[in-house]
Write a protein that binds this ligand. Structure first.
Ligand SMILES: *Cc1c(COP(=O)(O)O)cnc(C)c1O
Length: 231
């Protein structure tokens, strides 16, 4: 089941790339495995997935311990400063940095452990009230401040687009995130590259790829619907 789902997603990715003359290898599929049991992650691993996304620190760390070590773990959920110490050294990329104080904590922990940490800045490009992330103007200012912190590299931008019935409704948000990354790249800030655009989820990843996504985060499309327990 999981294997077929992954194959279908990969075909969709290839088709979206073909439509805009992009190379399939330039788009990375992150299997978003939050709430899902290890057996399903192991199936995805067996089918070739090496990038997994989680939104809770404890769950990511538990799965990190249990799964093969060649996996790249992506922290895609809101991150509290007091949990940073558990992640640094285990996570490949933190997608959800949205404040200077969080970046400062990541930097402190990276220096302490003698590692460097790759991060993305989360942008609330649709300016939704309910969402984490910065506005476009705030993003540039924050990146300039973060750039000078040791042990931390800004690799690009991430956004969680609104939930919509028709993925076309999100196209403009993806265009805007891409534009923002181009503007930032032009400023040639030390320790800042804009190589990664993390955008697109199950409902809209094909549109996101057409607009330049380098990393798509697909949960439901691979693992099926999530059921949340109350605890
Ligand atoms: C859950 C989640 C996803 C995956 O969502 P699906 O719609 O299941 O593909 C992607 N990004 C973030 C930040 C998430 O929290």
């Amino acid at each position: 089941m999981i294997q077929e789902n992954i194959k279908a997603v990969q075909e969709n990715i290839a088709n979206a790339c073909a439509k805009v003359s992009r190379l399939g290898k330039d788009v990375n599929l992150i299997a978003v495995s939050k709430t899902k049991p290890l057996e399903l992650l192991q199936e995805a691993y067996a089918a070739g997935c090496r990038d997994f996304g989680e939104n809770k620190v404890q769950e990511l760390v538990d799965k990190y311990e249990a799964m093969p070590k060649d996996i790249r773990w992506h922290m895609i959920g809101h991150l509290q400063r007091n949990k940073v110490k558990y992640l640094v050294g285990k996570v490949w990329l933190i997608h959800s940095v949205d404040s200077y104080r969080l970046a400062e904590e990541i930097s402190k922990e990276a220096v302490k452990k003698g590692v460097s940490v790759n991060i993305l800045i989360e942008v609330n490009v649709a300016e939704e009230e309910s969402k984490f992330g910065l506005s476009c103007p705030e993003t540039i200012d924050l990146i300039k401040k973060i750039a000078v912190l040791p042990g931390i590299f800004v690799k690009g931008l991430m956004t969680v687009a609104p939930y919509v019935e028709n993925s076309e409704e999100n196209r403009q948000h993806f265009v805007n995130l891409r534009k923002l990354s181009v503007d930032i790249k032009k400023q040639n800030i030390d320790n800042v590259s804009m190589d990664i655009l993390s955008m697109g989820m199950t409902g809209d990843y094909m549109v996101a790829i057409e607009e330049g996504a380098t990393h798509v985060r697909v949960g439901t499309g691979i693992f099926g619907e999530r059921t949340y327990s109350i605890s």
